[in-house]
Design a protein around this ligand. Structure first.
Ligand SMILES: C[S@@+](CC[C@H](N)C(=O)[O-])C[C@H]1O[C@@H](n2cnc3c(N)ncnc32)[C@H](O)[C@@H]1O
Length: 260
């Protein structure tokens, strides 16, 4: 039985019931799916896990969250266990199989959708859209198209959560090391899954230009060392006052900036 009263969304085009409808007709994550979380945990010294985990404390029980490109599903499962109504969407059958198995083992219910997010459309708006280490699989134009599409799935007061590599920080030497830390897994993923090669995205800068305020920023250190090369952003829309001037979202006044 569907655990949630709301339907999990529909494909927007007649061809959308095909699973792989924008890429090559194979599961690009077939080989990467079983090892993805273990590899990223090791490479990031658990920073990737913390970059996903910290978002959940800002999601109220009963709120609706979309996990876009949810991968092995661990963060989505923790969110669902804390009472969030989760819709998990991923286009890889191998990833979905793993996520379903984990959710079943933990007796957690959430909606699973196997679809390409460029073709899928939810039936009702979400309170949270979560894009964890997802936008960085795309080249810049596709990343922007996907990001804009995902943010259009939110209600007016909704929050967009993004976890990714942190924009370059520190001395020239540190920046060079940070670039290397980014390019090595990106190249590995490009070979295995045909992800795009690109510089580190500055989601904060881009989202602010689009009228979104970063209400929370958290940086995550590798094995507890260094300046923190992984970042989690929570964005909310600027609100318009009656006189037409911009008012930051209420939670922006909390101004939280943390390192874990
Ligand atoms: C790099 S993994 C990130 C997984 C997970 N979000 C995490 O935090 O580790 C990217 C995921 O996005 C999925 N994906 C890539 N392109 C997609 C698309 N167009 N629509 C839906 N899922 C997609 C892949 O199958 C993969 O599971």
């Amino acid at each position: 039985m569907d655990p949630h009263p709301d339907p999990a969304g529909t494909p927007v085009s007649p061809k959308a019931d095909r699973v792989e409808n924008t890429g090559p007709p194979c599961d690009l994550y077939r080989l990467a799916a079983p090892i993805y979380d273990a590899c990223t945990t090791l490479w990031s010294g658990r920073a990737i896990w913390r970059s996903r985990r910290c978002q959940i404390e800002n999601m109220a029980p009963g709120s609706r969250a979309l996990y876009a490109g949810g991968g092995q599903g661990r963060a989505a499962i923790v969110a669902a266990r804390s009472g969030v109504r989760v819709t998990y969407v991923d286009r890889s059958p191998a990833m979905i199989r793993i996520a379903r198995k984990l959710a079943k083992r933990q007796a957690v219910s959430m909606d699973f959708v196997q679809a390409d997010l460029m073709d899928w459309q939810p039936d009702v708006p979400f309170d949270h859209v979560v894009a964890n280490h997802f936008l960085n699989v795309f080249a810049p134009p596709a990343m922007r198209a996907m990001r804009n599409r995902l943010s259009s799935f939110l209600g007016d007061a909704g929050a967009m959560h993004v976890a990714d590599f942190r924009p370059l920080v520190g001395s020239r030497l540190l920046r060079a090391l940070q670039r290397l830390h980014h390019i090595i897994p990106l190249s590995g993923c490009a070979a295995l899954t045909r992800n795009a090669m690109h510089p580190i995205y500055d989601h904060g800068l881009e989202m602010e230009r689009l009228g979104w305020t970063p209400v929370r920023i958290q940086d995550h250190r590798i094995w507890g060392l260094g300046p923190g090369w992984y970042r989690t952003w929570q964005f909310e829309r600027m609100r318009q006052m009656v006189d037409g001037s911009d008012l930051p979202p209420r939670s922006a006044r909390i101004g939280r900036r943390k390192t874990s």
